[in-house]
Write a protein that binds this ligand. Sequence first.
Ligand SMILES: [Zn+2]
Length: 132
Amino acid sequence: MAEGFEKISKKVVAVADNAKAKAKELYDITKLKIELRKKEVELDEYLEKLGRAYFVQIKKGIDNSEKIEALVLQAENTSSEILDLKKSIADAQNKKICEHCTSIIDVDAPYCSNCGQKVVAEVKREDASSEE
Ligand SMILES: [Zn+2]
């Protein structure tokens, strides 16, 4: 009886582990999406500050070039962090990134569902390489 119980409990543990792994995967993707949203808000803030700094420079003749340069750098850094997060999310969901607008799209999508651009198919055709 003890042996039977052990078998069952091993099975229960295996099923629970599988569910746990799936839950963790979902949790990881959710975490990435939350982080992505934060970075997108951050980027908007930098761009807004950049616009204000530039406006003040033009309108009032105040030299804001150092501030502007720093904000451009911060915006660039945040943009590349956003792209990295999108790539991680796309990988986790078995999707890819649109090369035109960096939206996350289906691997087999012929057109981007966000910007409508034609998606250039990745080189994965085996028949092309066998033509010699
Ligand atoms: Zn696109």
